[in-house]
Write a protein that binds this ligand. Structure first.
Ligand code: ADP
Ligand code: ASP
Ligand code: MG
Length: 815
């Protein structure tokens, strides 16, 4: 004999009930079966809500009752042949009338005893099992209805009744002697006292009904049919990457369900474990899926961590004080209060100093427990030996579960550092004595993020997700999006990275999509977006609280760079080509580095110097490996190179600068390049990265621009001034030619001092042949003292800048 249990969703409506009966039919071919059914999905909640309203003299219970009534009557009409409907409808009405009387009683007395509450709650299963068994009879199944209340006998602790296994076994043995039907259909959840009063087995308890029956009829197997294809590595509704666990041990399943994996009700396992009856978790809506097999020999894939579960709405109850040390029995007294109040203790941690003990409970129990503990320790509290109990609410527990965890080192370290890196703050930690679980208490608002981080860490040894929030989609940003789109599959396959763009903003509009913006038509999506606001962008990004979030700044504006500290403080990485932050006052530059270290969000700005060239990264590696930078000589302005390489007797200075701007070789404001400010910022950043504490004002910048051009207010007047002063630019060129030199804008750092300026470069100098917009940097260090370390290549342009930003993003991914 087998026992099959169908949950609320499996019987939620006529269509689903037909699917359930198809599974029943297939399974009754080779063996007699007991079929346990839940209430139609959601009905138990409705019953309890209506009961509560009625007992508070709120007439609104009528509406809920009518909803319940309608669902059951409609089901009969859809499932039972028309000619047979009236008998079944009258059976349903009799039950509904009984229910209505109970509500009325609660209303009149303004009271709801646990006994009445149980009887009301049980009506969901009483109704569903009756309708389903009638449907089965009319579908050519050899089916009978059997009321579980005549078989399963419990104590009279209504709401939390415990099963009398001796009496129940006697009754089941009797039942088996006389039972002839191939299929018996029974209500789950409900049971009865020895006196015949209805009790229930706790929320989710239909699983338990099925397990009790399976154990006492010595079933070959217990099948739990539900709405997912097995027990998953994490709740599949929250972790999209979760997958069904093929094989799992009883103990592991028990731990997972204890910590919230609702797919199976925790007490379910005990009765079948004793007899080693295998449990299958199967999907009613996809019956061919393999599902999960729970046994003593879980022979599955040998991962140390089998699953991750979580419970929301947890409160932490902490007792603290010097009076706890060395005084035996304080912990015992503390825990006894929970026992007396019938409160489920979900986890316990005790500080090794014995100064405090901390217990996790359901939030709903917190207030009662708080009062009870303060009463129990009143004397110690008055004498200030122990502090009044502390209660923290709105927390959640995340738990890693696996039989083999105890033989693996470092799992807890991995768990806590993964959470920490993403700024998920851990309030308390507990490791089960059996070492089959490690659990952490975190804020409820971090649950989704925390589960996904842990799932990625322990199950997705393959794909890591990076989530980008991009501001600036012009020249550089547009290219970046193009490159990301183009490289998606390569990154997936070769680097196991999955890059998603969650948000985009330009100066006018912004768009967010938590599931990832489709890069095929981001322009249209952004166009239709809401009004842009850097503040709202920051707030949204922080509130979304997604793991591995990276803010990408492709702008050159200071009001965007001023937000970096807020992103970093929320452990959100920052990747930027905007130089303003790193060239700002040293204190601010240092603060960003500090925030990055403290909160673990990377701060990368390789493109601040030499666009996509690996200049800063190389410098960082030199310094980190103990080298010392003594001198830097460089041509760092791709824009100025472009200008002076194209400026000759046949062109005007103005036209060349215009062309540079149009081809994306200059900053949006070209004066920043032409005045040398941009180069000064770059050498400043290199000096700082080499370990020197320099300010922009320390850098000697001898600009070649006439005063008038330097003081223009906008791009138009700047360009006009270039025409006005054409002669002075032609003179610079003529002088260089006379000396057989070329003009290069050179940056130099030596002995702690830096300067930038236009220089005449002779033919034998490494800078002489610099082409187009190329950059070159010479690092003279202790290790590279004779021959400098040289980095040379394209140092400006949207494409190479975008690829430098992309490289920083990937660097974070590989980290
Ligand atoms: P039923 O009504 O069939 O008893 P439940 O709603 O009680 O179904 O349990 C199934 C649900 O459990 C799934 O739909 C899923 O949302 C939730 N769940 C939570 N954790 C897990 C997990 N680790 N694996 C599978 N399902 C889980
Ligand atoms: N119907 C009950 C509940 O919702 C029992 C169950 O579905 O397992 O809690
Ligand atoms: Mg359930």
């Amino acid at each position: 004999m087998n026992v099959l249990k169908f949950g609320g969703t499996s019987v939620a409506n006529p269509e689903n009930i037909r699917k359930t009966l198809a599974v029943v039919r297939t399974n009754s071919k080779d063996s007699n079966i007991l079929v346990v059914v839940s209430a139609f999905g959601g009905v138990t909640d409705l019953l309890l809500k209506a009961a509560d309203l009625a007992s508070k003299r709120d007439e609104a219970y009528h509406t809920i009752f009518q909803e319940i009534e309608l669902r059951h009557i409609d089901a009969v009409k859809a499932l039972i042949p028309v000619t047979k409907q009236s008998a079944v409808l009258s059976g349903v009405k009799t039950r509904l009338n009984g229910l209505e009387t109970l509500f009325e009683g609660a209303f009149l007395l303004s009271e709801l005893s646990p006994k009445t509450a149980d009887l009301i709650a049980g009506h969901g299963e009483l109704l569903s099992s009756y309708i389903i068994s009638e449907t089965a009879k009319y579908s050519d199944l050899d089916a009978e209805y059997k009321d579980s209340r005549t078989l399963i006998i419990t104590s009279d602790a209504y709401g939390k009744a415990s099963v009398d296994f001796n009496e129940t076994e006697k009754r089941i043995t009797e039942f088996l002697k006389t039972n002839r039907a191939q299929v018996n259909i029974l209500p789950g959840f409900v049971a009865s006292t020895i006196d015949g009063n209805t009790t229930t087995l706790g929320r989710g308890g239909s699983d338990y009904t099925a397990a009790i029956l399976a154990s006492l009829v010595n079933a070959n197997e217990l099948q739990i049919w539900t709405d997912v294809s097995g027990m998953y590595t994490a709740n599949p509704r929250i972790v999209k990457q979760a997958f069904p666990i093929k094989r799992i041990s009883y103990r592991e399943a028990m731990e997972l369900s204890h910590f919230g994996a609702k797919v199976i009700y925790p007490p379910t396992i005990q009765p079948v474990l004793e007899k080693e009856i295998p449990i299958w978790i199967k999907n009613t809506f996809s019956p061919d899926d393999e599902g999960t097999l729970i046994t003593n020999q879980p022979n599955g894939k040998n991962r140390p961590v089998k699953g991750i579960s979580h419970i929301e709405n947890i409160a932490l109850i902490t007792l603290e004080g010097s009076g706890m040390i060395g005084i035996p029995g304080v912990s015992k007294r503390f825990l006894e209060v929970f026992h007396q109040k019938n409160t489920n203790v979900i986890m316990i941690t005790q500080a090794s100093s014995e100064q405090s003990i901390c217990v996790g409970v359901n939030q709903a129990d917190a207030d009662t427990i708080e009062t009870a503990i303060n009463e129990a320790f009143e004397l110690e509290i008055v004498r200030k030996r122990i502090e009044p109990v502390q209660v923290e609410k709105d927390l959640a527990i995340l738990a890693l579960v696996g039989d083999r965890m105890k033989s693996h080192q470092g799992l807890s370290g991995k768990m806590f550092s993964a959470l920490g890196k993403n700024n998920v703050n851990i309030r308390a930690i507990a490791q089960g004595a059996s070492e089959k679980n490690i659990s952490a208490v975190i804020a409820k608002t971090d649950v989704k993020k925390g589960l996904n981080i842990l799932h990625e860490e322990f199950f997705e040894d393959r794909l890591k997700q990076l989530n980008l929030f991009i501001t600036g989609v012009g020249n550089v940003g547009g290219k970046l999006l193009q490159q990301i789109k183009q490289q998606q599959s390569y990154l997936n396959e070769k680097l196991r990275l999955n890059i998603r763009v969650i948000a985009l903003s330009n100066s006018r509009t912004m768009v967010f999509d938590e599931k990832g913006i489709a890069l095929e038509n981001w322009e249209a999506l952004l166009e239709k977006g809401e009004k842009a606001s850097p503040d709202v962008f920051l707030e949204r990004t922080t509130n979304l609280n997604i793991r591995n979030s990276i803010f990408v700044d492709n702008t050159a504006t200071d009001f965007i760079s001023r937000k970096y500290s807020d992103y970093l403080r929320n452990s959100i990485g920052v990747v930027t080509c905007n130089k303003i932050a790193c060239a700002d006052e040293y204190e601010n530059y240092e603060e960003l580095q500090r925030l990055s270290r403290k909160y673990g969000g990377s701060f990368l700005y390789e493109t601040n110097v030499g666009a996509g060239l690996p200049i800063i990264d190389t410098l960082n590696n030199l310094v980190a490996s103990g080298d010392q930078v003594n001198k830097i000589q460089a041509v760092l302005s791709g824009s100025l190179n472009f200008v002076f390489n194209n400026f000759d007797d046949n062109t005007s200075f103005h036209d060349v600068v215009k062309q540079a701007q149009e081809e994306g070789y200059t900053e949006p404001d070209p004066k920043i390049d032409l005045s040398g400010v941009d180069v000064a910022r770059k050498i400043l950043i290199l000096a700082r990265e080499s370990g020197y504490r320099l300010e922009l004002s320390d850098i000697n910048n001898e600009s070649f621009l006439p005063e008038e051009s330097l003081h223009t207010k906008d791009n138009d007047s700047f360009f006009k001034s270039l025409i006005t002063h054409e002669a002075s630019f032609n003179q610079l060129l003529a002088n260089a030619k006379t000396n057989n030199c070329r003009l290069k804008y050179v940056a130099q750092f030596e002995n702690g001092k830096a300067n930038v300026g236009l220089q005449q470069i002779p033919e034998d100098h490494p800078f002489y042949d610099l082409q187009g917009s190329d950059n070159i940097v010479l690092f003279y260090t202790n290790r590279y003292s004779e021959q400098p370390l040289i980095i040379k290549g394209a140092g400006a342009g949207a494409d190479v800048t975008a690829s430098g930003i992309f490289a920083d993003i990937i660097r974070i991914g590989k980290n």
